[in-house]
Ligand binder design. Structure first.
Ligand code: PNS
Length: 161
């Protein structure tokens, strides 16, 4: 039987427990999930691509069904390269819907074979985002339950706490 492969693309700056929740849900539907970090030189990031790859690799080191990778350029071209046609994206709230809906339709317009499956994370993570996690950490707030241990360690290393 054909292997069901999904690509879960994102910035992952940094990986949160919300992302991990979506990846685990993806496994109920796919044999393999490729977690693909976008290399986007025009977007300022806290963690470099190498740091983000290291975080993902360490988090999923015991999971052979999870491939960690990075890509540049169009997502649909990356899907073709990986022999995949399905994108997984998380939908936390209605506020995510508009941009995700637009991206899905645009991806399908440029690659008709491309389909996106939207997965809803646990309510425990419906308010968690990489942007807020970084902001709260930098302002001295507590984010421990929102990120995996490796991200906690890397943040401490970066900010010397
Ligand atoms: O985690 P993010 O920042 O919400 O992820 C956005 C991402 C990486 C999924 C999106 O920006 C993307 O797919 N970029 C690749 C370039 C591309 O294909 N752009 C057209 C999308 S319609």
């Amino acid at each position: 039987m054909k292997e069901r492969i999904a690509v879960y693309p994102g910035s992952y700056d940094p990986l949160t427990n919300g992302h991990i929740d979506i990846i685990e849900r993806g496994f109920k539907l796919f044999d393999r999930v490729i977690v693909a970090i976008l290399k986007n030189p025009s977007k300022q990031s806290l963690f470099s691509i190498d740091e983000r790859m290291d975080i993902l690799r360490e988090t999923f080191k015991d999971r052979t069904e999870i491939e960690v990778d990075c890509f540049e350029g169009l997502l649909v071209n990356y899907l073709r390269k990986k022999n995949a046609t399905t994108v997984v994206r998380g939908l936390r709230a209605i506020s995510d819907f508009e941009i995700e809906f637009q991206m899905e339709l645009m991806n399908r317009r440029i690659e008709p074979e491309c389909e996106t499956i939207f997965l809803v994370p646990s309510v425990h993570y419906s308010f968690v985002s990489s942007r807020l996690v970084k902001e709260i950490y930098q302002l001295g707030g507590e984010i421990k339950n929102m990120i995996p241990p490796v991200v906690d360690r890397k943040l401490k290393e970066k900010f010397g706490r």
